[in-house]
Design a protein around this ligand. Structure first.
Ligand SMILES: [Zn+2]
Ligand SMILES: [Zn+2]
Length: 301
């Protein structure tokens, strides 16, 4: 809730007129308690989990030929029931874990200093903070993910996320409840280290989930804007991790490629890509290598 009763009071406190965005923010939040603003995240996550993977899923199920040339594992076609079951399981974890976690973490948000007032942050501030959050989260996620590939971690927890050897968008948040909790730590570490405005925090939560859905889409579209982000992993990069499955020692990072490069955990993937390129140059009888497919290159790790 803002400490100003009127727009005039807000402008007097700032010593200038409100910008258009600040005017909207004032009208929307002036009488709204801060905890309700924070709980918007629950709605955003529900909408993103439900709607963001939907268009591609409908195209894949209804008109598979129109996108088949971009499918990373073209031989795998899941029935509609698999899509629905995945969504149902995601919603169960959402109701039992994600929602309660959000509801109970408001005091922490307050403690680390996520602010809701005026002035709003500049676009530069938002962009730089988001960059920090992505890098911090990527690093933390890399190590938690890598640890979860130990025998105990995989069998007890991470196995659930790997049920999809050819991932779909709906499978991005599909995981054991303990994994959802664990991966919440690096997601929150960035905002705890560099506190931001609530708008930036909303954006962070939304963008991170949209990125995960794209990464799990199962499609490698050449025109996707994320291709222009330096060191960005993308769908094909993470798809390989799912393709190899339990014994994968490659591509642990969730967003960027630099961690796998630095710690040498992209060797299997690079070897595999080189092998595929070679096979495409010299096709053997009966071998058909898709543009993006992992077909028949052999699982390297
Ligand atoms: Zn994994
Ligand atoms: Zn995954």
């Amino acid at each position: 809730m803002l400490p100003y009763a009127t727009l005039g009071e807000a402008e007097a406190a700032l010593g200038r007129s409100l910008t258009f965005a600040e005017d909207i923010w004032f009208r929307y939040t002036a009488r709204m308690p801060d905890y309700l603003l924070f709980y918007h995240n629950i709605i955003f996550l529900f909408v993103i989990f439900s709607l963001a993977p939907l268009p591609l899923a409908l195209i894949e199920l209804g008109f598979p030929a129109s996108v088949s040339s971009f499918k990373i594992q073209p031989k795998i076609r899941l029935p509609p029931t698999s899509f629905f079951q995945c969504y149902k399981d995601v919603m169960r974890v959402f109701l039992l874990v994600v929602g309660p976690l959000q509801l109970s973490s408001y005091p922490t948000i307050k403690f680390v200093g996520i602010r809701t007032g005026l002035p709003l942050p500049s676009l530069w501030e938002v962009a730089l903070q988001l960059l920090v959050y992505f890098v911090v989260e990527d690093y933390g996620n890399y190590w938690i993910h890598r640890l979860m590939h130990c025998k105990w971690g995989y069998e007890k927890i991470h196995r659930v996320h790997h049920e999809f050897t050819a991932p779909i968008g709906f499978a991005a948040p599909y995981a054991h409840w303990a994994e959802v909790l664990l991966l919440g730590i690096p997601s929150f570490a960035g905002p705890a280290m560099v506190p931001c405005h609530m708008i930036t925090f909303w954006l962070w939560i939304a963008l991170r989930q949209l990125e995960a859905i794209e990464t799990h889409s199962g499609y490698d579209f050449p025109w996707i804007p994320t291709k222009f982000i330096p060191f960005y992993g993308g769908a094909e990069y993470h798809d390989y991790h799912h393709y190899v499955g339990e014994h994968s020692q490659s591509n642990f990072a969730s967003v960027f490629t630099y961690c796998d490069y630095i710690y040498g955990t992209d060797k299997g993937y690079r070897y595999h890509k080189a092998l595929l390129a070679k096979l495409k140059e010299q096709p053997r009888n009966g071998d058909k290598i898709g543009t993006n497919g992992f077909k028949d290159g052999g699982k390297s790790d």
